[in-house]
Design a protein around this ligand. Structure first.
Ligand code: SF4
Ligand code: SF4
Length: 411
């Protein structure tokens, strides 16, 4: 039986791939970045006190499990460069870039510590990405630029540095294709009036997730102090006809409410104001977050969208102006830190490979699923098809794996 090609190593791709191998299939998974896990690599576990079902660990655990499966060929730092329908399925070409570090890497980080390049030339995988194998950026590395450094190879305890690694052109014949290229965040700075890019203490929810994942707590970018009064503003770039996208990104309320709970778990003294249009915690029991917020003396839910943010140059604090829901008067509140909760767009729903596979975009720019496309052997999967959280992504990816196995014959 020919393998199934999975394009994308995020939550959708790794779940579909794992589900396919669990059903006895073979998989070639192509991921363009340094590791598996997708956006979840840079998102934080929200369960400091108890599991909050954010799904981040699910995606990372599936990625790690997948790497132990002999029937999966995982190609990282790789891109599909050509795909054509053939009699039995598809003929595909893949370009795989060299990593210069082999699977013998144990992720000790000694190479990063000794690398003399400003900003470093050898890196760990992104966030919680799997595997924990490091990689060298040839364009920055002095070994390749000047032929005079081998500090990382000398210190590496497992001999994992391999300067002889080469790019590979790979051809595979596959029975079907799972297209799971995921999502990308809407750039918070598109919302200029909210101060992103101008005021250091206005950060995006992506920045907040990343910092919490790396350091376990937030700090103000301007002075490194722990913020004591925080505003979270929902729907930045979502449900907007002027800037960003018109649709509800669907998962951001879920993640922002869980981030709020995490921030209070980390520091129960934090004052947190949560600004929203509608609280659309679609995946959660109704009102659970409202009940939680009501029980916290330092949390306020404010149904209004801030019009503008200014900073105070003397303190770096932010002044948020907003119309009150009750009296429609303009109020101003001061915060140490503002988090803009950004929505998501589909990633690469209409690129060259999508086109050559016959994938079209729908009205909102997501990859459209049609029965004709699936009949041809192409399955679009996960958040590239519509906004969804990790749990929904996983359920849909498993359903697609079942469809493929039914079509190809098997369990
Ligand atoms: S060879 Fe030198 S410059 Fe290149 S990654 Fe290793 S330590 Fe850094
Ligand atoms: S020193 Fe070697 S084993 Fe340690 S992280 Fe670097 S490449 Fe990996």
């Amino acid at each position: 039986m020919m393998p199934i090609l999975v394009i994308g190593g995020g939550p959708a791709g790794v779940t579909a791939a794992k589900s396919l191998v669990d059903k006895g299939g073979e998989v070639v998974l192509v991921e363009k970045t340094d590791s598996l896990g997708g956006r979840a690599r840079e998102w934080t576990c929200k369960g400091l006190v108890e599991c909050r079902n954010c799904g981040v660990c699910y995606a990372i655990d599936r990625a790690a499990e997948l790497l132990t499966q002999p029937s999966v060929e995982v190609l990282l730092l790789s891109n599909v460069t050509f795909a054509q329908k053939s009699e039995e399925g598809f003929s595909v070409k893949i370009k795989s870039s060299p990593r210069y570090v082999t699977d013998d890497c144990i992720g000790c980080g000694k190479c990063v510590a000794v690398c003399p390049v400003d900003g470093k030339a050898v890196f760990p995988p992104t966030g919680s990405g799997q595997p924990r194998v490091h990689w060298i950026d040839r364009d920055k590395c002095l070994h390749f630029k000047k032929g005079k450094c081998s500090a990382c190879a000398e210190i590496c305890p497992t001999g994992a540095v391999d300067y002889e690694d080469r790019a590979r052109n790979i051809t595979r014949n596959v029975a079907a294709v799972v297209y799971a290229t995921g999502i990308e965040p809407i750039e918070a700075c598109e919302m200029n009036r909210l101060g992103c890019g101008r005021y250091p203490n206005v950060i995006s929810s992506v920045d907040a997730e990343k910092t919490l994942n790396e350091k376990g707590r937030l700090a103000r970018p301007s002075d490194g102090k722990a913020p004591k009064k925080i505003a979270i503003i929902q729907c930045v770039g979502s449900r907007s006809v002027k800037v960003g996208v018109e649709y509800c990104s669907k998962f951001c309320c879920k993640y922002a409410t869980k981030i709020s709970q995490l921030l209070l778990d980390i520091d129960p003294e934090v004052n947190l104001d949560f600004y929203f249009m509608d609280l659309r915690t679609l995946y959660e029991p109704q009102d659970e977050f409202k009940v939680w917020a009501k029980a916290k003396k330092t949390v306020k839910l404010i149904r209004s969208m801030p019009a503008v943010i200014f900073d105070r140059p003397d303190t770096g604090n932010l002044l948020v102006r907003v119309a009150s829901e009750t009296d429609l008067e303009i109020h101003e509140s001061e915060y140490d830190l503002v988090i803009l909760s950004v929505g998501m767009r589909p990633h690469d729903a209409t690129g060259d490979i999508a086109k050559s596979l016959g994938i079209n975009a729908d009205q909102m720019g997501f990859a459209a699923t049609t029965s004709d496309l699936e009949k041809s052997g192409v399955y679009v999967c996960g958040a590239v098809t519509q906004p969804m959280d990790i749990e929904e992504t996983a359920v849909r990816a498993m359903a697609i794996a079942s469809k493929i196995k039914t079509r190809e014959g098997g369990t």
